[in-house]
Unconditional design. Sequence first.
Lengths: 360, 233
Amino acid sequence: MSAILQATDLEVRRGTRTVLCVDELSIRQGDVLALIGPNGAGKTTLLQVLAALLKPARGKVLFKSEPVTSGAAGLAYRRQQAMVFQEPLLFATTVFENVAAGLKLRGVEKGRVDRLVQENLARFGIAHLAGRPARKISGGEAQRASLARALATEPQILFMDEPFSSLDPPSREALIEDLEKVLKSSGITAVMTTHDHGEARRLSNRMAVMGDGRVWQHDAPATVFCKPANRFVAQFVGVDNLIAATVARSENGRLWLSASGRQIQASGSAAVGTGLTVCVRPESVRLYRNGLTADDAGANAFTGRIIRLIPMGYFHKLHLDCGFALSALCTDADAVGWSVGDQATVAIPPACIHLIENPP
Amino acid sequence: MDLLWEGIRKAIILIVTGDPEVMGILWLSLKVSGTATLISLVIGITGGTALALGRFAGRNFVVGMVNTGMGLPPVVVGIFVTIFIWRNGPLGFLGILYTPKAMILAQAIIATPIVMGITLAAIQALPKNLHLQILALGATRVQTVLLLVREARLSLLAAVMAGFGGVISEVGASIMVGGNIKGYSRVLTTAAVMETSRGNFDMAIALGIILMLLAYVINLVLTRVQQSERRGG
């Protein structure tokens, strides 16, 4: 599918500091792209540049191959997109008038305004709030009104800057559910920023991991989560186990790696002596009990000592010392009986290993 | 105390009987201060919004000037306006010295920084991203400013009240540039000063009470509008 939005060679500076530096980013028609990254990664800055609300110091944004002008001058482009911010930013008027705002700014005739406003209020389940003052509805309802206002203008691209982060968990869950349906049914191209991995995976079909003003990986979500491009991406997407290893043997697409005196088997090819980082998600690490030894458990099985047990809601994270540090995730039920200092047998399935080259 | 009661009694009589001279003074006060406030609103709201949204070299200096101007002494304004519109002054060709037009000019200069300063604060107090949200909704530059002003309207009513309150009660500039000419450029404050200097304290008190009533009624109306807007949310 063709790219609807392309950014090349972007640079944004704050004073002498470069806060955004993106060589290339392409968004295809119908894509839902999630920009994820820690605070200060440059997600909002990139979103605002793509939405023509911020002028970059360098580089250009192309919308359907046409250059986009930033600020007040880029009216034609701004009228083909819509933006939802973290806070709902509703006007001090009724919910109906808020949802109608973008249409009225475009001079759309009244009948059409009424129809589009009603449609979008219903789409987000807030038709009954049409006549209510916007400042007197709940946070979740206000964010629904904000989304309805954005979509009422029938934009070609929807930008969302952490649209759920100010909501309580039930309101957030309900709104994500509704937005997911709307995005799927409308096929609209969307770009959103978020800290929440689950939110990003659920809503997007593309993901860009940002840090320090750069896009480190732009891929399908499954690839980003299981095959991170580098240590930064791996750490951000929750690949806790990053084990420094050296290729000891390489044969027929299989590697034998040496890590702190232990041997790890993985698929791949590399020259003997190459330094690699073994990436394993803690969810992929298998934990054995009942006295099963490493030899019994098979390939990539190690015996380690539990050095820390962290409760995480329904799950527990176990930190083990297997010669190298390893963490594993297990359910509350599986964690019963384990305590710090216990010996445990763990196994890393070779298929769950992703290898990244160490930086030169 | 007798003097005070006498003043209040006289004020009631003057208001109830509709004394033509007092009514003339009252009307001129309203006309001069009302027009000056309107002028200051146009310049102050536009300038305050531009200052709030603009990023340019020397902006902090301009903001500092506006904030200083909010406490501009009327007498100083009176001196400079007089020098400017004096027969040989740069604007002497206008021939407006000792006319209500000169009073409007001086009062507009007093009220403009007040309105501009409050507008600047009001627009800056709006949510940080509201400006971007309005642009993202597809607003033109003018639509953006109008929407921001609409959102800040409660605070801007305070600017109207402060601006009008500042000029209806000032005397220094009005007496210097208006001359307090009977039936022509005499307003409530200049008349009250004159009556006091003549020892007509009852008349001075009466004019003072009428001035306060006028300011109160206008602020009451504006406050009601402001509070009903706030409730309407």
